[in-house]
Design a protein around this ligand. Sequence first.
Ligand code: ARG
Length: 457
Amino acid sequence: MAKMWAGRTAGNTDRIADDFNSSIHFDSRMYRQDIAGSMAHAAMLAKQGILTAAEAEELIAGLGGILEDLQSGKLEIDPLAEDIHMFVEQVLTERLGDVGKKLHTARSRNDQVALDLRMYLREELDGIVKLVEQLIATVTAKAEQYADVIMPGYTHLQRAQPILFGHHLMAYAMMLLRDVQRLADCRGRMNLSPIGCCALAGTTYDTDRRFEAERLGFDGICLNSLDGVSDRDFALEMLSALSILMMHLSRFSEEIILWCSWEFKFVELSDAYTTGSSIMPQKKNPDMAELVRGKTGRVYGDLMALLTTLKGIPLAYNKDMQEDKESIFDAVDTVKMCLQVFDGMVATMEANVDNMLTAAQKGFINATDLADYLVKKGMPFRTAYKISGQLVALCIQEGTVLEALPLETYLTFSDLFEKDLYDAISLRTCVEKRSSEGGTSLASVKAQIAYVKEQLK
Ligand code: ARG
C-alpha cells in the first residue's frame, strides 16, 4: 500500500525496510493519547478559523468513533500501518473522506509523537507514584507491627549495634518517599506541551498553542520549537528516577534474600511469594526478590540505551528518536510489575522475632555501650574503649557474652564497674538510649512512622 506521505517518492518501500521503519507494534499503546491530542488540535483549528466549526465537529466525532471502536475491539490496529499516528489518520480519512485529510494542518508527526509520549508517560508516572505510595504504606505498616523488635544493625555486614526492626524498615520508607518526590519533580518538566512546534520551526498558520495545551491538561508549552520536537529529557528523567527506585528495591531485595537464608532466618516469606526447586525438596526460594534485583539491571539498561541513542543526534527530529519508546515502555512495565509483587511480598512477610534477638545477643553489639558506661563514670573514652575490647576478647576466649560475665570479672578490669552495668548494656537499654532525632529508639521510630504517614496524606 502506498504511504500517506507518497508524493515526493512513490512511497512503495521495500518490505524489509517497511518492517524496519514501522513502530506500530510498540507505539499503538499510545492510541488514546493520540486521539485526545487530535481532538484538541481540531478544536484549536476551528477556534482559530483555520477549519470551520462543522469540520472540526466532524473530525472530533470521527475520532471519538475510532476511540470507541478500538476500545470495544470492533476496530483492530493494523499491524501493517507505519505507526499509531498514521493509522488513526488513515482510518479517519477512510471514514470521513476529504475532511479527514484536513486534520494534519498546522502540525507534524514530530510534535505529535512528542505530545503523545508526554501524555502517555505522565499517566504512567501517576500510576507508578500510586504504586510507590502503596508500597510505602505497606512498609510503614510492617514497621509499626515490628516497631520494638530488636535486631542487629550492621556495617560491613558485621554486627555493629542493636537497632529496632521498625527502624530498619523505615529506612526503606524514607528512600521510597524520595522516589515519589523525584517522580513528582520530573512530572513538572514533562507536563509542557510540544504540539504546535510542528516539524521543527513552528508554523505560518495563526495557531493557539496555549489553548491546545490547556485542553490537554498541560501546565504550559515548550518555548523553542526545535527543542520541543527533539527534547526527550522528560523520558530520561523518568528513566533516571525509575532506575534509582529500582536500586532501592534491589537493595531491599538483597536484604530479604539474606534474611530468608538459614544463615539468618530473620524473616519468613509467604508461600505465595516463594518457589520450590525441581530437584531439592527442602527448598523455598525467594524468587520474587531475586527477580526484582535482576530486573534492576534491565531498567538501568533502558536508561543507558536512551542516553546513548540521544547523545549524537543533531537538531531537530531524527528517526533515531523512534527508539525512545521501547526503552521507556519496558522500564515502565517492569517497574509496575516489580512494585506490585514487592508490595504483596512485604505485606505478607513475617519476622522471626526470636532469631533476630538471638543474633543481636551474639555479636557483642553492646560493646560501645559498655565503653560509654565507663566514660560516664569518669574514665577517658580511649581507656574505656580498650577495656571493653579486652573484655570482648575474654568473652570470645571463654565462649560467653558480656551480659553473662560475673561482676567479679568486671572488677578485675576496673573498679568503676558496679551492678548497674548489666542494665546499661542490656540490648533494650542500648536501643532506647539512642534517642537522638532519627535514631533507633522506639520514640524515634514512632516519630518517623508518623512523619511518613503525614506525607502520604
Ligand atoms: N513513529 C515516529 C516516531 O516514533 C513518528 C515520527 C515520524 N516523523 C517523521 N518525520 N518521520 O518517532
